[in-house]
Design a protein around this ligand. Structure first.
Ligand SMILES: Cc1ncc(COP(=O)(O)O)c(C=O)c1O
Length: 432
């Protein structure tokens, strides 16, 4: 579900014509729908209502402070992966006591900072990390709350670059070793074994791998709870979204389609998992990123040139792989629609950016309406792993971001002034 839809022939985000935002803020431009973010969060929250639960939004998927504030106001905690993310969440008003700190490479400085702020849990990925956290906690005369991340060795059946729960991956500790790790960790005096964590991958479109993983670890979690008095079980994130649904005349219609009906919904997810989790008597944490933010954002781009060469019709746009790397990095599909809906024949087109890489494309051989120089296109479902993965490659400024709420809108990140890109650079003394 999302609130990007056509009214007449114009694309709207909630009650605001996207064209009017383009006029005001230019392109490329990320636009987020607050109502979509809110409804996605609430859908999940309601689905989990039979469980004592906390949703910790995976802010790696979208860390704009206005997005974090939206979710924080709804009661969300945050799944963080760096000191920077913790600082950013706190700047947006987050309570560190509702933050879980994940990641395989936490530095000494990051652990010390997070411990001082009072994060809810460190989700630990290795024994050396447990030892390091214990050492730092002892020095600070603190007790560090930890959960160990299990690698359940379950195939999430998703893209190789976003699967995390098999023994090919660097994440977590092997299922067979976990119990012994908890036993050794229990001897470390400055740790509190607070929970248990897993995350098997991202963009999962079937409930089956989640269920398989939960069923596999349940007896283990029960034993660990009995032995070590655990308080929570985090089942990670990974709920997939629909990327390849054409935008029809309204979101309601979109949601009715057969394909939309076959996707993994929070209701189905909870119906299969809650009965397994409830008897544990533990607090259940969930770390969704993409499910909440993915369909809540679009990237709008302007066509600079139409180039017909050989067999191809290239639409050369002003956004590039540095603004949205998902197609280049994951071969990801994003629906592309014009801001002004057009009838007529569709033309097979490649939508490409201006960067000097063949990987700088958004779509290949995509049937699109006849559009021309100066027309704008929207890349849908760009709210997760979009802006957050942007770079300054080719000395291109980070683009602006706008949040829409009903008929209101606000710029929530200014376009980066180009001089800022090299502001930290210096000429070496011997070059002066
Ligand atoms: C530990 C952990 N939790 C949650 C997430 C969020 O995943 P998703 O955006 O697919 O929900 C990730 C993504 O990489 C992760 O590594």
């Amino acid at each position: 579900m999302h609130y990007f839809h056509y009214v007449g022939d114009k694309l709207y985000c909630e009650g605001v014509a996207v064209e009017s935002l383009v006029k005001k803020y230019g392109t490329p431009l990320y636009i987020y729908s607050q109502r979509t973010l809110t409804e996605h969060f609430q859908k999940l929250d309601r689905a989990l209502s039979s469980l004592d639960h906390l949703i910790c939004f995976a802010m790696k998927s979208n860390s704009n402070q206005a997005v974090l504030r939206t979710l924080g106001n709804l009661g969300s905690g945050f799944d963080i992966v760096s000191e920077g993310e913790l600082r950013r969440a706190m700047a947006a008003g987050a309570d560190p006591g509702k933050c879980v700190f994940a990641g395989v490479g936490k530095t000494e400085g990051e652990i010390e900072f997070a411990l001082k702020q009072g994060v809810y849990s460190f989700n630990v990925e290795s024994e050396p990390e447990l030892a390091r956290i214990n050492r730092i906690a002892a020095r600070l005369k603190k007790i560090a709350p930890v959960a160990v991340r299990v690698n359940p060795n379950v195939d999430a059946k998703t893209h190789a670059k976003i699967t995390t729960g098999t023994y090919e991956n660097k994440f977590g500790i092997a299922f067979e070793e976990i119990e012994a790790v908890y036993a050794r960790a229990a001897k470390l005096k400055n740790l509190r074994l607070r929970g248990f964590q897993m995350h098997i991958g991202s963009q999962l479109t079937s409930v089956q791998p989640f269920e398989q993983a939960v069923r596999k670890v349940l007896p283990l979690v029960q034993r660990l709870k009995a032995k070590h008095g655990l308080e929570f079980f985090s089942i990670g994130g990974g709920l997939g979204i629909v990327y390849d649904l054409a935008l029809e005349s309204g979101s309601a219609e979109w949601w009715q389609s057969a394909k939309a009906k076959s996707i993994l919904t929070p209701a189905l997810y909870a119906a299969r998992l809650a009965p397994l989790l409830k008897p544990l008597g533990l607090r259940i944490l969930m770390e969704p990123g993409r499910f909440i933010s993915g369909n809540a954002g679009i990237l709008v781009t302007r066509i600079e040139y139409v180039k017909r060469t050989g067999k191809k019709n290239f639409l050369i746009v002003d956004a590039a792989m540095n603004d949205l790397i998902r197609p280049a990095f994951y071969e990801a599909y994003h629906e592309i629609v014009p801001l002004r809906r057009k009838g007529g024949q569709l033309i097979s087109s490649d939508v490409v950016g201006p960067i000097c890489e063949s990987g700088d494309f958004f779509a290949k051989d995509r049937p699109l309406p006849r559009v021309g120089e100066g027309d704008c296109l929207a890349l849908l479902s760009a709210g997760a792993y979009g802006f957050v993965m942007a770079s300054n490659y080719n000395t291109r400024s980070l683009v602006a971001e706008v949040l829409v709420n009903g008929k209101k809108y606000a710029i929530v990140r200014e376009r980066q002034p180009v001089k800022e890109i090299w502001a930290g650079e210096k000429i070496a003394p011997w070059q002066k």
